[in-house]
Each structure stands twice: as structure tokens, then as C-alpha cells.
Design a protein. Sequence first.
Lengths: 264, 153
Amino acid sequence: MEVHHPTSLPDALRAVAAGATPLAGGTDLMVEINFGHALPDHVVGLRRVEELNSWEDSRIGAGVTWRRIDEKGPTALAEAARTVGSPQIRNAGTIGGNVATASPAGDGLPFLAAVDASIELVSPTSTRHLLWSDFFVGVKQTAKAPDELIVAIQLPERLPSRQAFGKVGSRNAMVIATVGCVVTRDDDGKTTVALGSVAPTPIRAFRAEEMISAETSPSESALFEFQRLVSEDVRPITDHRSTEEYRRHAAGVLARRLLERCLR
Amino acid sequence: MIVSFSLNGSPASGRVERPISLLDFLRDELKAIGSKSACDQGECGSCSVILDGVVVCSCLVMAADVEGSTVTTVEGLESEGTLSAVQQAMHEAGAVQCGFCTPGIVVAATDLFSHNSSPTTREIKEALAGNICRCTGYGAIIRAFETLAGEST
Ligand SMILES: Cc1cc2nc3c(=O)[nH]c(=O)nc-3n(C[C@H](O)[C@H](O)[C@H](O)COP(=O)(O)OP(=O)(O)OC[C@H]3O[C@@H](n4cnc5c(N)ncnc54)[C@H](O)[C@@H]3O)c2cc1C
Ligand code: FES
Ligand code: FES
């Protein structure tokens, strides 16, 4: 087995280009390995790569852990971070690993969709920024090329003044989301709604956004119309965690409650 | 490859040929069996260790990736036969039933008390959210750490 422990990005990229599997916090990859679904014999450990661990304002390095995001992230992303796994998982797991895994239930993803974040991808020969909607292409599928690393998540310079994250699950701690949601609302009323676990990729509920953005102080009936539009726009499935009907209902209720939190 | 790191203050090393976990490496290669293996997927916390200053599940750490790191397991918490304050608190509160979860709980609580000497009950529960006690002895476990937290205020 060949394992690299680079401290610089170019060295890490060379290893990836030569076929090494990236390893960040290991909280997704090691489960795959322990259960025999993956057996990499060439690995590049990323946790010593300074550039991946750096965080400058709106540019969050891929190696930033949930623990650090909980401590100093933007409101709704920090709220999401607090719900990821347990302290042990938050100490190891990274936002880059969450994005690379691209699980429909990834708790970091609704925020990225809600604020129109981009994913910075770097290969030995190129750098590109993909908008979240171009990056996430299916269940656990992304537009990342095999020789690329996710280097950072780029957020807009200015974030909406009000933001809220919520997640529905079967218990409080250590739970994979049945539905995850971020609502943002800016001073001019512009509202975004992004949801996870209700489609193959994170999605936005554009019709609901448009309707509620036009309301300066939404009435009770406007709030319920917003809820109805969100429920209509999601595309959930039935699986071992929940049914399609429950997810559809919960998505609307959760989005409305988060909107109410933003309006307070 | 050979992996070398610091284990409970002493140098440790061994050969790894496959992407095994630090937990398996500790238990099978180094015969350090204090950290327990139960779920192998980060759900139970019985394998908790302190890696470079933070508590993690050793079943989710690749052994080959601890090269040059510092690892503390439950074996490293007592000093010369004297239990640490966290261990003593568990002992006095009768917070050990079958004992399987105990090493993980002790390591997770050690991490908590290392950065917060008087945690609230809520903070204690949050710090232990990743540790399952199959004997469900949570009451005594929480009380042990409430008492310890009270002593430092
Ligand atoms: C017990 C448990 C509870 C969990 N709870 C939650 C939860 O509540 N919410 C949630 O969203 N997730 C949860 N997860 C999943 C996981 O913790 C997160 O997805 C985490 O963010 C993964 O990050 P990591 O650094 O550990 O990734 P790793 O496991 O190191 O890597 C994951 C994948 O991404 C690739 N990769 C990593 N970094 C990069 C990079 N920079 N560039 C390109 N590819 C890269 C790896 O090759 C691998 O394929 C949980 C996992 C466990 C075991
Ligand atoms: S064995 Fe590691 S968390 Fe259960
Ligand atoms: S004491 Fe038996 S598992 Fe906790």
C-alpha cells in the first residue's frame, strides 16, 4: 500500500493525478473501507495540506472541519454543522468531504445551494469554479474530474442578513436528515429556500421563493401558500428512512417554520 | 509501509499493508486493547481516542494516516496507577456496568473537561452524544460528570 502525507497542495495534486484516493476526515471513506465497499491501495492524506485548512472570509478551505464551522461559520452553515454526527464526527469530518460525497442528505449542501456557493476545483493543470447546481449532478455524483481536488468552497462576499437551517430526523443527535432545509431572507425581502434529502441533489424551491420575495410582510395565508409551493416542488423518494409523502409534507412545514424564524 | 506515531507518550510503530483503521491497528498490531471495537462506523464511540488534541473515532481513522501524530487512548489517562479525575468520577458514581462503553466515555469526557472544566448538564450530554452505552447506564454517567463539574466551580 502506498500512502502520501503531503503538506503542500501541488504535492497532493500530483498524488491524486497519479491515482491516489483522497482521504480527509475519513468519516465517509473509512465506513466504505470497513464494510468492504472500497479497498484503496494508493491513498493521499489531506489533513496536513495547509491550503486546504485555510479559511479566508468567504473562501472556506475543503479541509475545514465541522467543528471549526460550528465555531465561526455563517449562521445557517454553523447551525448545520452543529447537527452533524457527534463531537467525534465533527472533529474529523470536513466540508470538502461532505461536498465530495454528495449524499442527498449531506447537511452542508442546502446552505451552499441557498447562497449560490461555488466549488473550487483544482487539477495539476487547471483551476475552475463550478456553481453548486453544476457541481452536484446526481445521487453521490459530482462534476469533479478524477484528477481534481476540491480545494475550497467560495461563498458570496455578502450573505443574506437572515438565515436559518433546520433538519427533520428520528432523534436529536447523530441523525441523518429525513429532510434538511435552509431559508435565507435579505433586507429587501429576497428569499431563498434550499432543501436536502428530497431529490437526488440539493434543490431550490424557486416558485416558493418568487412568491414570498414579493411579500413585504407575509400574511398567514401567504406563509401557507409558501409551504404548499415548497411541498409541491420537491421530488422525494420512499426509502428506509421515510416515505415520499412524509418528506413532501415535512419539507413544506420545515421551510415555513424557518421562514418564520427569518421574519422574526 | 511503516507508520510511526506517539502513543500515550511513547513512540509506537508498525507495518500497515492495507487501509485498516487505527482501531484495528491499536488492537491487533499493538495489542493496546483498551479502545473497544463495536460498530466500525462511527456510531457508538467505544473506539474514541484523542488524535492530535481532539477526540475522534479510531475506527474512522486510517492507520496509515497517523504518521507523525500524537494519539492518546484510555490506557494513557491514568498516571502511575492513579486514575484521572474523569476516571475517578466514573468509579465513584458507579457509572460502570458491563464496562464496554467505559473507555470511549472516559476518553470523550476527558476531551470535554480538557477545554471546559465546569460543563453544564446539557454540555455533558452533547459531549457524549456520540457514545452509546448498551447497558443504558446514562443516568449514573451523567451524574458522575455533573459531580466532577461541580467540584471545579
Ligand atoms: C456516525 C456518522 C454520522 C454522520 N453524520 C452526518 C450528519 O449528521 N450529516 C452529514 O452531512 N454527514 C454525516 N456523516 C457523513 C460524514 O461525516 C460527512 O459527510 C463528512 O463531512 C465527510 O467528510 P470527511 O472529511 O470525513 O470525508 P472523507 O471520508 O475523508 O472523504 C469522503 C469522500 O470525499 C473524498 N474527498 C475528501 N476530501 C476531498 C477533497 N478535498 N477533494 C476531493 N475529494 C475529496 C474522498 O476521497 C472520499 O471519497 C456522518 C458519518 C458518520 C460516520
Ligand atoms: S467502533 Fe468506532 S464508533 Fe463504534
Ligand atoms: S456499561 Fe455496558 S455498555 Fe455502558
